[in-house]
Design a protein around this ligand. Structure first.
Ligand code: NOJ
Length: 514
């Protein structure tokens, strides 16, 4: 478990996909200076922390999750100096920045892999996981075969061009599977520590870790991977005790044990996250059922047991835009949920203005169906929505072509906009300790079909009832709680009498309790 970090207590994150945020040099792709320029915007919304998707040199077969140089900002985004300046400017504004660390695999163009493919033994022979012979493919994994002089198949971690780095096997059961403490596996681990040291020394505040639970192989219960991260955590505790780690793992008992401060609630696997937002009948669409989500969430919440945070994102670069399924008042109710749950909330750039999923795009840089969620940020009504001065055909991903596409400038001016609702909700969260990241939660109503979702958030001196009713019907809640002030409301105010609240249709309300 990582040491308690003060700023995480009220961190509200903003995820930036660097390609698509702000282009300041008119080449059609976003850059680091564009992010620096827009820091005051992010701060103005109320977010005080950033997760920046990979920005390192890469052939971009998976939008940068295929790194070819961990030590260099990709020239298309700027220079290492630019990112250091961005860290400094963020810090001046009281904000923190997490980079995206991809420790599980590299690009097949990474010089380590080029060396590892050679038949002669060298420093990088064991940097990746190779079988002893090309005729042996690793069971249960994809592999790269027939592309090297080296006789062997190399395990891949995700796409075919992403060979898996070797951190060893928890239970090796083939001659080519090295144990976790083998020389090659330890060298890989040290190489990744060097990468972390480099960027932490340059001023980043920590990392979002890609596929954090996947590093040690044949590790069904995660014991090996937990031990690996504990070792990395001790290295950090010695040299960079303030370094924050958030994992893409989705099993907070394991990740927190490994030293992560926070774990993501994933949109795949058993979380039921998308029962709320992205399925045929999502709960926040008004007709769905949140009860399986609540059940799973509470299991994980108990596992995290106050030792770390579970983070719920509004979306991310891997899933459909929230606005593809949830809009209007319902989107505001969804944000009332996201911004009143425990754990650090993560807002995906553009979700705060309801940016849409752009339909029908051809895949860009390994995005496939994800491409429509990665289109350029819409700042205003000018050329390319203020994202870039390049010709529109030169944009990295085409911009939402609809005439009524939302934009920041218009929404800032409009009191009734989603932007202003999100801003208001963040401010309310930040002014009530019970609503902040470590406040406790207890569910009163689990949002089973046709029911609202109701929960209590509390800390030593405050208790707040949150009631979210995206359905089209008023809902009656029997409760012994005695209502105090209404802290937030959307839609018609609830009717409150002793023992009974009538929660209005399509409404959200936070009420402080006496
Ligand atoms: C998860 C990342 O979020 C995704 O974008 C990427 O394609 C895979 N990991 C592989 O790194």
């Amino acid at each position: 478990m990582g040491k308690r970090i003060q700023w995480l207590e009220d961190a509200v994150f903003y995820e930036i996909y660097p390609q698509s945020f702000k282009d300041t040099d008119a080449d059609g792709i976003g850059n680091i200076n564009g992010i620096t320029e827009k820091l005051p915007y992010i701060k103005g919304l109320g977010c005080n922390a950033i997760w920046l998707n990979p920005c390192f040199d890469s052939p971009f077969g998976d939008a940068g999750y295929d790194v070819s140089d961990y030590y260099k900002v990709a020239p298309r985004y700027g220079s290492n100096d630019d990112i250091v300046k961005m860290f400094e400017e963020a810090h001046k504004l009281g904000m923190h920045v997490l980079l995206d660390l991809v420790p599980g695999h590299t690009s097949w163009k990474h010089p380590w892999f080029v060396e590892s493919m050679k038949a002669e033994k060298n420093e990088y022979t064991d940097r990746y996981i190779w079988t002893d012979s090309i005729w042996e493919s690793p069971e249960g994994y994809g592999s790269l075969r027939g592309i090297s002089d080296r006789d062997g198949s190399c395990l891949v971690n995700f796409f075919t061009h992403q060979p898996a780095l070797n951190y060893g096997f928890y239970k090796p059961d083939h001659s080519w599977q090295q144990p976790m403490d083998s020389e090659g596996a330890i060298a890989t681990r040290n190489a990744m520590k060097d990468v972390m040291r480099f960027w932490l020394s340059k001023g980043c505040d920590g990392f979002r870790v890609d596929m954090a639970g996947s590093l040690v192989k044949n590790d069904e219960d995660g014991k090996g991977t937990i031990a690996l991260w504990q070792d990395i955590r001790s290295f950090l505790d010695e040299s960079f005790p303030e370094a924050v780690l958030v994992s893409e793992w989705g099993e907070p008992d394991k990740s927190i044990e490994g030293g992560f401060h926070m774990d993501f609630l994933l949109h795949f696997g058993p979380s039921h996250y998308n029962d709320l937002f992205r399925c045929e009948k999502p709960f926040f669409g008004g007709e769905g059922d949140a009860s399986e989500f609540v059940k799973k969430y509470l299991e994980n919440y108990a596992k995290a047991a106050g030792r770390g945070l579970i983070c719920i994102p509004s979306g991310n670069h891997d899933m459909d835009r929230l606005a593809r399924t949830i809009n209007g008042n319902k989107a505001k109710i969804a944000f009332a949920f996201l911004l009143s749950m425990p754990g650090a909330p993560f807002i995906y750039y553009g979700d705060e203005i309801g940016m849409r999923y752009v339909e029908g795009l051809t895949s860009v840089e390994g995005g496939y169906g994800r491409t429509g969620s990665r289109s350029p940020m819409q700042w205003d009504e000018t050329l390319n929505a203020g994202f870039s001065d390049a010709e529109s055909e030169k944009l990295y991903i085409p911009i939402d072509p609809e005439a009524d596409r939302p934009n920041v400038k218009a929404q800032i001016k409009d009191d009734a906009s989603l932007y202003n609702e999100v801003k208001k909700l963040i401010a309310i969260r930040q002014s009530h300790k019970a609503l902040k990241n470590s406040g406790e939660i207890e569910f009163i109503c689990d949002g089973a079909e046709g029911k609202p979702m109701v929960y209590l958030r509390s800390c030593e001196d405050e208790k707040i009832l949150v009631a979210l009713n995206p359905t089209g019907e008023d809902q009656i809640l029997q409760t012994e709680e005695e209502a105090g002030d209404v802290i937030y409301s959307l839609g018609e105010l609830p009717e409150i009498s002793k023992g009974k609240f009538v929660i209005r249709r399509e409404s959200a309300v936070f009420i402080s309790l006496r």
